[in-house]
Design a binder for this molecule. Structure first.
Ligand SMILES: [Zn+2]
Length: 240
């Protein structure tokens, strides 16, 4: 049976290990800016979409203008030929006149869509600019978050170095036999090897309700493990 002093030393070691476990948990929970990076990714995709849509509108506008110009140029050429005096055959004249009319109709038929495009292009360009501005903001947010995470990581590393440096001294104060038992429990739980008894007589680590004989055993300063999680139990300060 460990002496009260040894029990206290074991508890000190437990406090050091608990601190190490806590630091590791906090380190694992460090957020390097997942949400911020996700938003940036989404905005980048949106920019691609909006840019492509704007590019398509501009391209269509240029294409229709060229088509329109081509129809009008062709109509002008036919018109010039028709009135050059070279064409005398009435059927040929009629055909050419029909062709000129058709070309002019096709050219003016593009007007509606051209006007529509001229109305659609400026708002599309505005949308691109808006997304570009949002991307700049998102990039800033990513950088800020990353900076904060790096600062937090540095603090945790310092705390971790301090806690691990305190461990060998705490281990030394415990007998090898007791330390071996302690380490075996720690290996089993994956984190800590001791727990307090709560006011309602449950194990604070696993929540198991402790039997009266377990409480009595702890109070009589026996090394008593929780029947559920096997951690050594300790009641309030001063009792053991
Ligand atoms: Zn327990």
């Amino acid at each position: 049976m460990p002496t009260a002093e040894e029990f206290r030393a074991l508890w000190q070691l437990h406090l050091v290990d608990t601190a190490i476990v806590e630091i590791r948990k906090r380190a694992a929970g460090l957020d390097p800016g997942k949400a911020e990076a996700h938003r940036l990714e989404q905005l980048t995709q949106l920019l691609e979409k909006e840019s492509a849509a704007t590019k398509a509108l501009r391209a269509e506008h240029i294409d229709l203008e060229l088509q329109q110009q081509s129809h009008l140029d062709k109509a002008k050429r036919l018109h010039d030929d028709l009135y050059s005096g070279k064409v005398v055959n009435p059927r040929e004249v009629e055909t050419m006149e029909k062709e000129i009319a058709s070309l002019k109709t096709r050219a003016s038929g593009l007007d509606d869509r051209l006007v529509e495009l001229l109305e659609q292009i400026p708002p599309a360009e505005q949308r691109v600019k808006k997304v570009e501005a949002a991307i700049e903001e998102a990039k800033q947010a990513v950088q800020t978050r990353r900076k904060v995470a790096l600062e937090q990581k540095k603090i945790l590393e310092e705390e971790y170095a301090k806690a691990t440096a305190a461990r060998p001294g705490a281990v030394k104060a415990v007998s090898p036999n007791l330390f071996a038992q302690y380490e075996a429990i720690r290996k089993r739980t994956g984190d800590t090897a001791m727990a307090m008894v709560s006011k309602d007589t449950t194990c604070t680590a696993c929540g198991n309700r402790l039997a009266e004989r377990i409480i009595e055993s702890i109070k009589s300063e026996r090394l008593t493990p929780c029947e559920s999680c096997h951690r050594f139990l300790r009641v309030k300060e001063g009792v053991v």
